[in-house]
Design a protein around this ligand. Structure first.
Ligand code: NOJ
Length: 551
C-alpha cells in the first residue's frame, strides 16, 4: 500500500491521496430519506447538501448517493428515465453540481449510482421500441422475444423476476420483454453496440460533473447466457447467490468493465467504481475487481453473516484470501437500503436472514450492532456505512402495509419485500415535524421513540452510538491509516471471541452472551460498551462487546 506523501488537505480538489479508496469509509445516502430541504416530505439534494458538514464531522471519506435521476419511482429511482437529469423531487442538475462542489470543499468524495442493467419503461428507447413494434431496431436494445405456445401465450423461458412472478411481460402486439426486476424495469441488451456507447457517454457525463466514482447496480446482470436458456427450476430465487444462473455473472460482463476502467483512468483524481455483484463465490466476485476492471465489490457474504465469532472469522479469511490474488482491497458492509438493518438482524438469537418483520430484542440487537460495527471498522480495506446505522436505528418492522412502497412487497403478495423498513427517514432533532428530517412530514412514518435516537439527542452523549462512530472513525484515521497495511494477524482467543492485531491496535470482539477474561495488554482506545481497563495483563471483556486497544 502506498504511503501518503503529502500533508492531508481539507479539500480533495487540492490533493489526491494515491489509492484513497483502498481504506475509505464510504457513507451511503439514500436521498429520499436523508434530509428534506424543501419541506415536501421527501428527501432531496438540497437536504444532503445542507448536511454535508455532519458527514465531514462524522469522519467518513466519501458519500455514495443512491439514484436521484429522473425516474417514475417504480423502484425508488432504480428505474431511470433520464440518466443525465435529476428527478424534480430531488432537485436540479444545478443542485447536483453544488453538492459535488461543497462535498469536495469539505474533503468528501462523491460516488453516484449507475443503473445499467435496466432502464425505466418510460425511458425514451423503450417507449419508442414499444411504439415501433416487432422488428424495430430499438427492440434490439432490450430483450424482446416471441412467446412459446401455440399463440405465443407463454413466456419465452422460465426465468423468474427477483421481485417475484415471471421475468417476462407481454405487450399489446404479442411480444414479450425481459425484466429481471419489476415490469417497469426492462432489461437492456448489452450485446447491442448502441447500449454500450450510451453508457460510456453517461459515465463521461458524470465524470465531467466531477463525481469521484460509481456504484454499479446489478453489475453481475448485464450479459445473459446465449439463447436465454431455461434455469430448469421452480425454486430459482433460492438458487440466487449459490448457483450459476443464465442471467447472472456471465463471463461477458468483464469486457464491459474493462472498457469502463479505461474511461475512469482517463480522468485525474482516481475515480473509482464499486460493483454490486451477486455471485456464487467470493472468488467469482474477485473477477470484477481485477486490476483492469472495477476497484471494489460489495462483500455480501459479510453482510449475510450472523454475530458469531467462528462464522465471522471464516468469512473475513475467505474475503481477504479471495481479494489477494487480484490485488483489490476487501470491503465490508453490514447494512444498506435493501436489507433489514443490522441492529434488528442481530436482535435475534438465530440467524433469520436479511428480510425480517420481527423486532426481536432491541437492546441486544443494538449492543451487538455497535460491537459488529466497531469490528468492521477495524478490518483492512474499505467499509460502507448506511445512513442511520451510526444512530443505531433499528428497522421499522411494523410499517402499515398501506404506506409501503417497495415493489417487491407487492409482487411477493406481502410475503417478502420489507425493504421500506430500512428506508424510513432519519431523525435529526428531538422535536419538530419528522424530527428535523424536514418541515413537511416524512414519506414513511417514523416511530415516536426515534426522537431519542436523533442526531441532536445523541450528540455529546459519550454512551451514544453516534459518538461511538465518531470516536471509531477518528481513531481509525490515527491508527489504521495506510501505514497499518492491509493484513491482520489473528490472535488465539477463547471460544466465541475474535481478535486480531493491525498496526498498533488490537481489536477484540466477544460475540458471546457472557464476559470473557482475556490476556492482553494495551490501553482502551474505543469500546462498543463500557469495558474495565486492562489490569495486570488481563481484560474482562463484557458480553457482545468489541474493544480497540493501543499498544
Ligand atoms: C439493487 C438495488 O440496490 C435495489 O434497491 C434495486 O431494487 C435493484 N438493484 C434493481 O435495480
Amino acid at each position: 500500500m502506498t504511503q501518503q506523501s503529502e500533508a492531508p488537505s481539507p479539500s480533495v480538489a487540492d490533493t489526491v491521496r494515491r489509492d484513497w479508496w483502498r481504506d475509505a469509509v464510504i457513507y451511503q445516502v439514500y436521498p429520499r430519506s436523508f434530509a428534506d430541504g424543501n419541506g415536501d416530505g421527501m428527501g432531496d439534494l438540497q437536504g444532503v447538501r445542507d448536511r454535508l458538514p455532519y458527514l465531514r464531522d462524522l469522519g467518513v471519506d466519501a458519500v455514495w448517493l443512491s439514484p436521484f435521476y429522473a425516474s417514475p419511482q417504480a423502484d425508488a429511482g432504480y428505474d431511470v428515465s433520464d440518466y443525465r437529469a435529476i428527478d424534480p423531487m430531488f432537485g436540479t442538475l444545478h443542485d447536483a453540481d453544488g453538492l459535488i462542489r461543497d462535498a469536495h470543499d469539505l474533503g468528501l468524495r462523491v460516488i453516484v449510482d449507475l443503473v445499467p442493467n435496466h432502464t425505466s419503461d418510460q425511458y425514451d428507447w423503450f417507449r419508442r421500441a414499444l411504439a415501433e413494434g416487432p422488428g424495430s431496431p430499438l427492440r434490439e436494445r432490450y430483450h424482446f422475444r416471441d412467446g412459446k405456445g401455440e399463440n405465443g401465450e407463454l413466456p419465452p423461458n422460465d426465468w423468474d423476476s427477483i421481485f417475484g412472478g415471471p421475468a417476462w411481460t407481454r405487450v399489446a402486439d404479442g411480444q414479450w420483454y425481459l425484466h429481471l426486476f419489476a415490469p417497469e424495469q426492462p432489461d437492456l441488451n448489452w450485446e447491442n453496440q448502441a447500449v454500450r456507447d450510451e453508457f460510456r457517454s453517461i459515465l463521461r457525463f458524470w465524470l465531467d460533473m466531477g463525481v469521484d466514482g460509481f456504484r454499479i447496480d446489478v453489475a453481475h446482470g448485464l450479459i445473459k447466457a446465449d439463447g436465454l436458456p431455461d434455469v430448469g427450476s421452480a425454486e430459482q430465487l433460492k438458487l440466487l447467490g449459490n448457483d450459476s444462473m443464465p442471467f447472472f455473472d456471465q463471463d461477458g460482463v468483464h469486457e464491459i468493465y474493462r472498457s469502463w476502467r479505461q474511461i475512469l483512468d482517463e480522468y485525474d483524481g482516481e475515480r473509482i467504481a464499486v460493483a454490486e455483484a451477486w455471485t456464487p463465490t467470493v472468488e467469482r466476485t474477485a473477477n470484477y475487481v481485477r486490476p483492469d476492471e472495477l476497484h471494489q465489490a460489495f462483500n455480501f457474504q459479510y453482510l449475510g453473516t450472523h454475530w458469531d465469532a467462528d462464522e465471522l472469522r471464516a468469512v473475513i479469511d475467505v474475503s481477504l484470501a479471495a481479494m489477494e490474488p487480484v490485488g483489490a482491497p476487501a470491503t465490508w458492509v453490514l447494512s444498506n437500503h435493501d436489507v433489514t438493518r443490522h441492529a434488528t438482524r442481530f436482535a435475534h438469537d438465530v440467524h433469520l436472514g436479511t428480510q425480517l418483520r420481527e423486532a426481536g430484542d432491541r437492546e441486544l440487537g443494538l449492543r451487538r450492532a455497535r460491537a459488529a460495527s466497531l469490528l468492521m471498522l477495524a478490518l483492512p480495506g474499505s467499509a460502507y456505512v448506511y445512513q442511520g446505522e451510526e444512530l443505531g436505528l433499528p428497522d421499522v418492522v411494523d410499517l402499515p402495509d398501506e404506506v409501503r412502497q417497495d415493489p417487491s412487497f407487492f409482487r411477493a403478495a406481502g410475503q417478502d419485500g420489507f425493504r421500506d423498513g430500512c428506508r424510513v427517514p432519519i431523525p435529526w432533532t428531538r422535536e419538530g415535524s419528522s424530527y428535523g428530517f424536514g418541515s413537511g412530514g416524512s414519506w414513511l412514518p417514523q416511530p415516536a421513540e426515534w426522537a431519542g435516537l436523533s442526531v441532536e439527542a445523541q450528540t455529546g452523549d459519550p454512551g451514544s452510538t453516534l459518538e461511538l462512530y465518531r470516536a471509531a472513525l477518528a481513531a481509525r484515521r490515527v491508527h489504521l491509516g495506510p501505514e497499518a497495511g492491509e493484513e491482520l494477524r489473528w490472535l488465539q482467543l477463547p471460544d466465541g471471541v475474535l481478535g486480531f492485531v493491525r498496526g498498533d491496535l488490537v481489536c477484540l470482539a466477544n460475540t458471546t452472551a457472557a464476559p470473557v477474561r482475556i490476556e492482553t495488554d494495551g490501553r482502551v482506545v474505543v469500546a462498543s460498551s463500557a469495558v474495565p481497563p486492562v489490569t495486570a495483563g488481563l481484560l474482562d471483556l463484557p458480553a457482545d462487546t468489541t474493544v480497540w486497544l493501543a499498544r
